[in-house]
Write a new protein. Structure first.
Lengths: 116, 111
């Protein structure tokens, strides 16, 4: 199993350009998430999905859109990139651990995005 | 008050020593607690879940103190490879599948 994969690994954009980050998981997890990580801060949730065809906003959704057309894929789009979106983006997926009501999350390797 | 707070460190510890750090959380109704490890420029990886009774995995022991709303991580006989940032994670209020992440505690093990 590849687990969670992300493409691309690195990207440099100019202000105003658009791009899509792709996340794929082969663990049959229902839940998927997009986070951003900035220096000195915890991971912040951008958007998440509780199943195919459903998405919801997280803590910092502005400037981003997402789609989950297939259970295994979760796409993050930046329509008009801004320097404030320079960050490391992580995708994660999770499942319910037995009867613990606990959802362990598993992460992709991240995408380093720089917006100039 | 932040929902999850950690001492950012760094904790500089000699190899072989025991080190412990705590994390406090604000939501008294939280039910899921985790420690993740993150190496420099890598993704977070699950180290261990934290159960009410505490749990141990080799050199690592995690404890939960609900009364004082903190979780702890103890590392015994530290190795150079333990150098990393340790992230404290708690579930979001009213949502078991959304997690709130601490900013992490940096640990540096010195030979």
């Amino acid at each position: 199993n590849a687990g969670v994969t992300q493409t691309p690994k690195f990207r440099v954009l100019k202000t105003g350009q658009s791009m899509t980050l792709l996340c794929a998981q082969d663990m049959n997890h229902e839940y998927m998430y997009w986070y951003r990580q900035d220096p000195g801060m915890g991971l912040r949730l951008i958007h998440y999905s509780v199943g195919e065809g459903t998405t919801a906003k997280g803590e910092v959704p502005d400037g981003y859109n997402v789609s989950r057309l297939k259970k295994q894929n979760f796409l993050l789009g930046l329509e008009s990139a801004a320097p404030s979106q320079t960050s490391v983006y992580f995708c994660a997926s999770s499942y319910l651990v037995g009867d613990t009501r606990s959802y362990e999350q598993y992460f992709g390797p991240g995408t380093r995005l720089t917006v100039t | 008050r932040k929902e999850v707070e950690q001492d950012p460190g760094p904790f500089n510890v000699p190899e072989g020593a025991t080190v412990a750090f705590n994390c406090t959380y604000s939501n008294s109704a939280s039910q899921s607690f985790f420690w993740y490890r993150q190496d420099c420029r890598k993704e977070p990886k699950l180290l261990m879940s934290v159960y009410s009774s505490g749990n141990e995995d080799g050199r690592f022991t995690a404890q939960l103190n609900r009364a004082s709303q903190y979780i702890s991580l103890l590392i015994r006989d530290s190795k150079l490879s333990d150098s990393a940032t340790y992230l404290c994670v708690v579930n979001k209020m009213d949502s078991n599948y959304q997690l709130i992440w601490g900013a992490g505690t940096k640990l540096i093990i010195k030979p």
